[in-house]
Write a protein that binds this ligand. Structure first.
Ligand code: DGT
Ligand code: CA
Ligand code: CA
Length: 572
């Protein structure tokens, strides 16, 4: 079983216990364990073999035994017993907008509702609206939520979908004359890969006008909550929260609603140690009502004796300690990016010619690009065989002549690592290319040893410069290959093989915790767009923010190096 699967079973236990009305501490211990396993960059199997499961935060002896059980049997008996009592289908209800654990518990206890179908039935026959706290309005919302869930799935959207929506609405609010500050907060500001809902904040002395604008922004949004300082609109199952306070509260407001919750818990502990409490309005002294107002976010951190922490780091993964000691990394920025080492053209499955891709890159200020069309065994992409690859070289040479010193164009390949672990091209051909990417697109569901060996084979080949989107995951759709990530990292570091951070918002692969692990191993990274269209070259910032979430600095990312340094690395 993969880490994520084990985490998922723990999370199911937590919800079932909560719905059953179990002790809250027991619920929380399973939930914390699930969160900690989901983010764990290490392979659970290896930790288990070494008897080190209890070194994981939130995992004690009992939970360690349960992890062992799942690794050995693929099942969790405790969960099986729980689901005899309450069917697992009840957890679907939690994905409905307006249904939290409390309400699920209520409909289960009072109406024995254990599935979406049950809930639809009691909503239709009127028994739902007879429950305490569930009037006609909330039942209507729940019915709408059921419909949304049916058409939109998991309830979390990719950052790539949420960010443009957030920016669009922010822009409208920012333009209001009464608005002095406006910002995106929450997981979008932290650039988390998936988003539960969008959080927007505004500082103003005229909350009424702001709320009026927000709740009437477009007829395609529904108003879920319309309050004086807090409103929520929804569209297609995606919620957008707006909180409004005066400018004097701005620092604490944005700190509070940027989160993460885990980071905020640490901030509040530090405040408490100074005899202060901290909420979105201010710091308050414990013994009286004296307040410390923070007009800027820097003020909040300053009161706590911390350096300002970039939002992407706010996950309680060591950033508090680093901010205390003045050790926060200087994270990579979009402006550091010099080139893009992975893109496709009409030679394989891209939409534009080499020239068009190069011109788009120049317009974005790139100093170099690498053309890396697919190789032939990925048939559906019209991948290149040796003959076409050599013909492509001639066209690259023409474009180089045409564009002169405006940009450096490297000739590369995104070469398949086939299902049996062999590579599409011979060493002689690979040596003649400027840059060789190896990628695993197929056979991702092979057993762990096999996928790992295929990756290692590619990494150990001295002509392979980089591994593209290493895990092959597609966010919300496919978990990616199951392989021994530490072996891959160790080999990549030893052979100086670059691991990619693929910037496409449906990949973001490597992901944040893997990036941090790669850096700990001394692995070099590259952030590439894998563009199949000129416009996709603009998605670079998603890769950069993911790199930032993994604590990457410019020096760790080879395509933020000057051209000659990059060239020396890959041609050496
Ligand atoms: P999401 O929406 O699931 O992608 O994640 P966030 O982090 O945007 O979470 P959200 O929208 O529930 O709340 C935004 C931030 O506000 C969150 O990161 C921390 C803060 N916050 C909101 N509600 C609570 C709460 O009940 N307790 C705590 N400790 N913090 C909260
Ligand atoms: Ca949110
Ligand atoms: Ca929210």
């Amino acid at each position: 079983m993969k880490n994520s699967e084990i985490a998922n079973l723990f999370s199911q236990v937590a919800y079932l216990l909560e719905i059953r009305g179990d002790n809250i501490h027991r619920v929380l211990s399973y939930r914390r364990a699930a969160e900690s396993l989901a983010e764990l960059p290490h392979d659970l199997k290896q930790l288990a073999d070494r008897g080190e499961l209890t070194s994981i935060s939130g995992i004690g002896k009992t939970l360690a035994e349960k992890i062992d059980e799942m690794l050995e049997t693929g099942r969790l008996e405790f969960l099986d017993r729980l689901t005899e009592e309450i069917p697992l289908s009840i957890l679907e209800l939690l994905k409905i907008e307006g249904m939290g654990p409390k309400r699920v518990k209520l409909v289960y206890n009072k109406l024995n509702v254990t599935s979406l179908a049950d809930l639809e039935a009691v909503a239709a026959d009127g028994s739902l609206s007879n429950l305490p706290g569930l009037g006609k309005k909330s039942v209507e919302k729940i019915i709408k939520g059921i419909q949304d869930l049916k058409s939109f799935g998991t309830g979390r959207v990719n950052l790539g979908d949420a960010l443009p929506t957030a920016e669009e609405i922010l822009e409208i609010l920012q333009k209001l004359p009464c608005v002095s500050q406006a910002a995106i907060a929450g997981s979008v500001r932290r650039r988390k890969e998936t988003i539960g809902d969008i959080d927007l904040l505004v500082a103003t002395d005229d909350p009424e006008t702001v709320m009026q604008t927000f709740t009437t922004i477009s007829p395609s949004y529904e108003v879920a909550l319309n309050g004086p300082t807090k409103s929520r609109i929804t569209k297609d199952g995606l919620g957008i929260d707006l909180r409004v306070l005066p400018a004097e509260n701005w620092g604490t407001l944005i700190s509070y609603f940027t989160g993460s919750q885990a980071h905020n818990v640490r901030l509040r502990e530090l405040a408490k140690a100074q005899g202060l409490s901290l909420n979105e309005y201010a710091f308050t002294k414990a013994d009286d009502t004296d307040q410390i107002l923070c007009p800027t976010e820097k003020d909040v951190y300053q009161v706590l004796g911390l350096d300002w922490v970039p939002p992407e780091l706010r996950e309680d993964r060591g950033e508090i300690e680093a901010a205390q000691n003045g050790n926060l990394p200087k994270l990579i920025e979009l402006d550091d990016i010099q080139g893009d080492l992975h893109m496709h053209t009409t030679w394989s499955d891209g939409n534009h010619t080499i020239l068009e891709m190069a011109q788009a890159a120049i317009a974005l200020g790139r100093k170099y690009i690498c053309i890396t069309d697919h190789s032939y065994s990925l048939g559906i992409t019209n991948g290149l065989d040796e003959k076409r690859l050599l013909a492509q070289y001639n066209e690259i040479q023409q474009v180089r002549d045409q564009l002169g010193d405006q940009i450096h164009i490297l000739h590369g390949t995104e070469m398949e690592v086939r299902n049996d672990g062999t590579l599409d091209f011979e060493d002689d051909l690979l040596e003649s290319l400027d840059f060789v990417i190896a990628a695993v697109h197929t056979g991702l569901s092979q057993p762990r040893e096999q996928v790992t060996d295929r990756m290692l084979g590619a990494i150990e080949n001295k002509h392979v410069d980089m591994i593209a989107h290493p895990t092959g995951r597609l966010i919300g759709r496919r978990t990616g290959g199951d392989f021994d990530i530490e072996k891959i990292m160790e080999a990549a570091a030893r052979t100086q093989t670059i691991l990619e951070i693929n910037a496409h918002p449906s990949r973001l692969d490597l992901k944040d915790v893997h990036i941090k692990l790669a850096l700990d191993h001394g692995v070099l990274l590259a952030i590439n767009t894998d563009a199949h269209h000129i416009d996709q070259q603009k998605l670079m910032h998603f890769g950069v923010s993911t790199g930032r979430r993994g604590w990457a600095q410019a020096k760790n990312v080879v395509n933020s190096w000057q051209y000659h340094d990059l060239f020396n690395l890959v041609s050496g």
